[in-house]
Write a new protein. Structure first.
Lengths: 230, 232
């Protein structure tokens, strides 16, 4: 796993250190951005998503730990690995950094080879293995909470976050149908789902395969509901 | 509406023929009746129809309608919606007809409001003009339901369970997954995950469900991945 082409943001209050690290990492083909403090770093981060952050723990007026805490809360930041760089070699400090979500710890003064190896290790760990189903894509049942809005003897309208095409089939679990012992054979979308609000869609589904008795029960339900409305 | 709905009927019950003629033969329908299977299949395959009505029980043979249904669905090049008609309203019969490829089933004596609406729903030509049945608003106690659709799994990593479907699912939806592959990966009957991304790919949707790296199930996912990746 090469570092070439990868981007890094180095945050350190020591200008000389930044110059040194920039030189080392640019030599292996990395794109290097630098910041002297967290405020400056946040501005850089709002404009770019580096592949990795190299973070000094003891900044001039603040602790680098603050960025680790921010990482936990911000989804955009949480994907970026952070390598902590510090002169502190206390075991507790290292443990604290890892517990806060740091992806690695390098002791200052840094050695060139050590820095490069550590960064490589981060990217290796980051390349999560993916298993692809090549030929047969196994079926899976996807069940979601939805709402039943309307009902007639031949169809119903469902509001859900599922947008269906005409002719697609669906299954439904409903207390109403259970209580009334209404067992359709299939529910088929009569046309493409229509967008409602907040990422929801209304789908008109045909109730296929109802018996005469079941249709009568729906008829009775409808009339009882309409009387209640009045 | 663009034109008359062409309906081909297979039925040897003269009473029903008279009834259909009286109730359906309006400006909207063009009805053609056959009493023999041979005659029906000739007409079915040589002409274009918007919909067919087939009586399950014919004098030629009891439950001959199933045979006709199977034959038509096996041979046809152009799909035509079929509604089965029968005296027999047993659920097993209805289920069998749907399994054989019927689009719906109505029982005798025919409720013509239902038949009109079903023809309207099934034939592409007709629209709401044939809608005779009012939909009623569901009382709030009964609104909460669960719907279930079938998707396919494309890939699995520690971060994402990737599905494919011709249905779209909105980001942020919590879905419950079940099926054989879920048992294999999570060692559990079902699992709840959140949709983290949806993208289109050649007319289909790729739907990414996020996996939580701190959840109890993640060790099972890792074991599954290790075993699968080692064997390939």
């Amino acid at each position: 796993m090469g570092l070439q082409g990868k981007s890094v943001l180095c945050i350190d209050d020591d200008q000389d250190f930044l110059i040194l690290v920039k030189k080392i990492l640019e030599n292996v083909g990395m794109h290097v951005q630098t910041s002297l403090n967290l405020g400056d770093a946040m501005v850089v981060l709002s404009e770019m998503n580096p592949d990795v952050i190299l973070l000094d723990l003891n900044l001039e007026f603040e602790s680098g730990k603050r960025l680790l805490k921010l990482k936990k809360r911000h989804p955009s930041l949480s994907k970026i690995p952070i390598m902590v760089c510090s002169g502190e070699n206390k075991k507790e400090t290292v443990e604290k950094v890892i517990a806060l979500g740091g992806n690695g710890y390098i002791l200052k003064p840094i050695k060139q080879t050590h820095l490069i190896h550590s960064l490589r290790r981060i990217f290796q760990g980051n390349e999560r293995p993916v298993y692809k189903f090549e030929n047969q894509k196994p079926p899976v049942k996807v069940s979601i909470n939805s709402n039943l809005l309307l009902l007639s003897e031949t169809k119903c309208v469902v509001r859900s976050s599922l947008k269906m095409n005409e002719g697609q089939a669906l299954d439904m679990e409903s207390d109403l149908f259970k209580e009334e012992n209404i067992n359709f054979e299939k529910l088929v979308a009569l046309k493409q789902s229509q967008p409602s609000t907040n990422g929801l869609f209304d789908t008109t589904l045909s109730l296929v395969g109802l018996s005469e008795d079941e249709i009568r029960r729906i008829k009775n339900l409808k009339s009882s509901w309409s009387t209640n409305e009045r | 509406m663009k034109g008359k709905i062409k309906v081909l009927v297979l039925d040897d019950d003269t009473e029903l023929e008279a009834l259909l003629n009286a109730k359906l033969k309006s400006k909207m329908f063009d009805l053609t009746f056959c009493t023999k299977i041979k005659d029906f299949s000739l007409k079915y395959f040589n002409e274009s129809w918007d919909l067919c009505l087939i009586d399950l029980n014919l004098e030629e043979a009891p439950e001959a309608g199933f045979h006709v249904l199977n034959m038509v669905r096996a041979k046809e090049k152009k799909y035509t919606p079929i509604i089965m008609i029968s005296q027999d309203g047993e659920k097993e019969k209805i289920a069998h007809a749907i399994e054989c490829g019927a689009d719906d089933y109505v029982t005798k004596p025919i409720d013509f409001d239902i038949l009109h609406t079903k023809i309207g729903q099934l034939s592409k030509l007709a629209g709401s003009e044939l809608e005779c049945l009012k939909s009623q608003l569901i009382p709030s106690d009964y609104r909460a339901i669960r719907v279930e659709a079938s998707f396919n799994v494309i890939s699995i990593s520690e971060d994402e369970f990737l599905l494919m479907s011709n249905s779209y699912l909105s980001k942020g939806t919590i879905v419950q997954l079940s099926g054989e592959v879920i048992e294999q990966v999570f060692l559990n009957d079902s699992i709840s995950l959140e949709v983290i991304r949806t993208e289109t790919d050649r007319g289909l949707y790729k739907i990414g469900l996020g996996l939580d790296n701190e959840a109890d199930y993640i060790s099972n996912v890792r074991t599954f991945l290790r075993e699968k990746l080692e064997s390939t």
